[in-house]
Design a protein around this ligand. Sequence first.
Ligand SMILES: NC(=O)c1ccc[n+]([C@@H]2O[C@H](COP(=O)([O-])OP(=O)(O)OC[C@H]3O[C@@H](n4cnc5c(N)ncnc54)[C@H](O)[C@@H]3O)[C@@H](O)[C@H]2O)c1
Length: 438
Amino acid sequence: MDRTETQPADGRLGVLLPGFGAVATTFVAGVEAARQGLAQPLGSLTQLNTIRLGKRTEGRAPLIRDFVPLAELDQLVFGAWDPIPDDGYESCLAAGVLSREHLEPMEEFLRSVKPMPAVFHKDYVKRLDGTNVKSGATKMDLAESLRDDIRRFREEEGCSRLVMIWCGSTEVFLRPGPVHESMDAFEAGLRTNDPGISPSMIYAYAAIMEGVPYANGAPNLSGDLPALEEAAREKGVPVAGKDFKTGQTLMKTILAPGLKARMLGIEGWFSTNILGNRDGAVLDDPDSFKTKEESKLGVLEHILQPDVYPQLYGDLYHKVRINYYPPRGDNKEGWDNIDIFGWMGYPMQIKVDFLCRDSILAAPIVLDLALFLDLAKRSGMSGIQEWLSFYFKTPQVAEGLYPEHDLFIQHKKLKNTLRWIGGEEPLTHLGVEYYDYE
Ligand SMILES: NC(=O)c1ccc[n+]([C@@H]2O[C@H](COP(=O)([O-])OP(=O)(O)OC[C@H]3O[C@@H](n4cnc5c(N)ncnc54)[C@H](O)[C@@H]3O)[C@@H](O)[C@H]2O)c1
């Protein structure tokens, strides 16, 4: 692909959030806290990370945000949709991620973000009831209504550009079918209310048709459909997904490449979680859990390559459980028991107990995706942005390719893409340049 000159990040960038629950409100509150100087945007590469350029001896390692033109936090404005009508402040309180003491100085700002009526249907998220919902005779009418919302928001907020990040609930498991194969079939399905088209797909469609970059933070298909990928490419819209890589899967993609790098075998990997937030309640429904489970299970298979290393990973037993346990709220606990074996087959065990805060890990991902997708659009990139795989449990890839799950390969790819966007040489695995000290 030819490199085009990146357009400057002038004006306001609207960040549109279908789903205004724990992750989305923690993201918005954190950006505002950073703007008010109350907290630092920790966990965000766009805000904190440097990037090494050229040879080590050159000593060039600017901040990413000084190297490529990214929107500043002060340029961000937020819009949302949610079937639950709570404003940003109420939704933050309900999510219970951030304390009242942190939220108080931002109350007025958070109250000003009120979710628009959502495209929502209980068939796709069974454990939720919503009142703030659009009505329309067909799914195409609902898509048109979303497109009107997008245009109105852009106008009213005076935005130069928009991005959309799905932070809505995990929908029931759906397989791609004929209705998702082409834009003609998809649009016909919208007009005839095809049950294969879920609300998150309607948001992805509306975004792409409006030229708005789209990322999917949940494991449901949403924009991961041949029809929408093709439309994104044709319309010059960058897209990425699926399922934010936080918590247990983040740990898995840190540990598994390390064990594999040392050629240690793995006999079994048992992962279990307790969580008590609204996401946990939704995942308590077997159909939504199935979508999540598929997303979590794929990771090890791709990292460990059991077909290449049958003696190490050929018999690996991988199990993932998620248990809804209300007392824990958003503070998930994830246990991993890993049965490994080494020299002469002697067994060993690793136990991980991660007392994690899901939304605290997810919020900086939303910020980075918003800023990087906007950068991609201004750099003339379109279709699936594989370099953003770093942020996802189930990276979206073009048909026929396998996803890259290894966090360190993903990280290298992300930074090399930034180097390419900025007109610098990529760092390769050759000679003394192998190690990327940054
Ligand atoms: N927190 C994490 O670390 C993490 C990691 C990976 C993926 N995710 C996914 O991100 C999503 C958000 O997580 P969360 O913890 O904020 O959940 P949450 O339940 O707090 O928020 C989701 C919100 O989406 C809303 N919603 C549902 N259907 C919608 C629709 N059709 N349109 C608009 N809004 C809709 C719900 O009413 C809810 O307010 C979930 O799908 C979750 O699985 C979260």
